[in-house]
Ligand binder design. Structure first.
Ligand code: SAH
Ligand code: SF4
Ligand code: F3S
Length: 459
């Protein structure tokens, strides 16, 4: 008789890349462990961490503190910290948390079975934060019911924006061979997958250093050619490297969704230069204009940082000006947080916390107006939704995303989860849309038509 698998619980913080890494962790450990969503029954409890801002690190330390009680109750449970904080802190984490058994860095995922074996043999607390020249990548079967998939196409980053810790914790940029990515997507589509999101810190530089020279637009063309892939997305695209070729893909490739995440960070040319972003406000807005010419329905989202060292009130006003000019459909916004090893952390003129707080509130106000306006523009239209599940906030309604990434909630039966349906958008809120399912058998009569013209069809 086979011995039953042990239980693995993974708590994931940070970006989609970390979510994809946690899936890799589960696959790497699959022969001995099965996933559980109940931390109290875990034999192995892993925390996959994010170091992007101080707050992200504090969240991990606070969870570690809370886990002392669980470890006391279940001393046989192994507790491990992986990901970006583990990469940054290494040995230091073992000192800070005496109940922690393992620390493994961003490249340590695939060596984790060896680390666990060594831990079992020696009983010692261990750290593995070495960078690897090659990283294998595992492709598992499609989890039951999953119609969306994150596909990592590259690791690391070579950009060294002066505020950012990612190049230090993720290592140098490396692309996965196109053939591997294509095989992974093909398998997913053949098993009924609908939506693929390609992940990299700067997808525009995909392909650099690969034996077979494949540019990112070329990779998109190859993937879009699969029959059956309904939606293709990618993140993140660096504004400096956004090429005409890539912009044209939005007009040419039917599965490529009409949404781009294009983090601008700031509006002032002086601040952008000190961030080492490699573009000016004008360069950025020219690309936004061009994107909207090529694909009039495109939704543009962004990331913004307030209170970068030396940011004056006039600089901040430039950010607000740029936001209005770009008319962002949505945005993530953050207070600048000095990170270890980064250049900007050493800059003079750090902005006081109170000023950052006040600027963030003003920026939020502007973005909420822009997001509401973006949502209002969709009211009255008919759109395709990929139904993701039940909404927690909208009591029992179904929730999903439009191709433009707008969130939409509507009444409908559970059988629709995982399917593409058509809805009539009826109401706009700041962070979501309300809608009615189009008539007929779950709006399916519109589905065939929408496959031919996926942008807009009459209700
Ligand atoms: N690779 C992506 C961004 C990854 S980090 C890109 O180049 O756009 C996600 C976001 O976190 C960044 O876009 C930035 O807005 C924010 N961020 C990064 N470092 C930060 C810091 N030190 N303080 C505050 N926000 C930060
Ligand atoms: Fe960080 Fe810049 Fe690399 Fe993005 S491009 S991960 S912001 S260094
Ligand atoms: Fe955070 Fe690491 Fe992603 S620092 S944002 S989890 S690359």
């Amino acid at each position: 008789m086979r011995t039953p698998k042990k239980k693995l619980y993974i708590r994931t913080y940070g970006c989609q890349m970390n979510v994809a890494d946690s899936e890799q962790l589960a696959l790497v450990l699959d022969s001995d462990y099965e996933l559980t969503d109940r931390p109290e029954e875990a034999d192995l409890y892993l925390i996959n961490t994010c170091a992007i801002r101080r707050k992200s690190v504090e969240k991990v330390l606070s969870l570690l503190g809370r886990l002392k009680a669980l470890k006391r109750r279940r001393p046989e449970m192994l507790l491990g910290v992986g990901g970006c904080v583990a990469q940054q802190e290494g040995q230091q984490l073992l000192r800070q948390a005496p109940h922690l058994d393992l620390v493994f860095g961003t490249h340590g995922i695939y060596r984790l079975p060896d680390l666990l074996a060594k831990q079992r043999q020696t009983g010692r607390r261990l750290v593995d934060t070495a960078f690897a020249a090659e990283m294998p990548y595992l492709c598992g079967p499609r989890p039951a019911g999953a119609v969306q998939k994150l596909v990592t196409i590259m690791q690391g980053c070579d950009n060294y924006c002066t505020y950012c810790v990612v190049p230090y914790v993720r290592g140098p940029e490396r692309s996965r061979p196109a053939a591997d990515i294509i095989a992974e997507v093909a398998a997913f589509v053949s098993q009924g997958g609908q939506e693929v999101t390609l992940l990299g810190q700067n997808v525009n530089s995909y392909g650099r250093g690969l034996p077979e020279a494949v540019s990112f637009p070329e990779l998109l063309r190859r993937l879009a050619a699969f029959g059956g892939l309904a939606r293709l997305r990618f993140t993140t695209s660096h504004p400096r490297d956004l090429s005409e070729d890539l912009m044209n893909c939005f007009a040419e490739l039917p599965p490529l969704c009409e949404h781009i995440h294009l983090p601008v960070q700031a509006g002032s040319d002086g601040v952008l230069a000190r961030m080492r972003r490699g573009y000016t406000q004008k360069d950025y807005l020219t690309k936004v204009e061009r994107l909207r010419q090529v694909c009039p329905d495109i939704a543009i989202s962004t990331d913004l940082i307030v209170g970068f060292p030396g940011e004056s009130e006039a600089d901040f006003q430039e950010t607000l000006t740029l936001m209005r000019a770009a008319a962002f459909d949505s945005a993530f916004y953050f207070k600048y947080s000095p990170r270890p090893q980064t250049e900007a952390a050493t800059y003079a003129e750090q902005v006081p916390e109170a000023v950052k707080t006040e600027r963030l509130a003003r920026l939020k106000e502007v973005q909420e107006q822009l997001s509401l306006a973006s949502n209002q523009r969709l009211v009255g239209g008919v759109r395709e939704v990929l139904v993701e599940g039940f909404s927690k906030q909208h009591n029992g309604q179904l929730t999903g995303r439009l191709r433009s990434n707008h969130v939409v909630n509507f009444d409908g039966p559970a059988e629709l989860i995982g399917r593409l349906v058509q809805v009539h958008v009826t109401t706009a809120h700041r962070h979501s849309l309300g809608a009615l399912l189009c008539g007929g058998q779950f709006g399916d009569q519109f589905l065939a038509a929408s496959r031919q013209d996926h942008r807009r069809i009459p209700c």
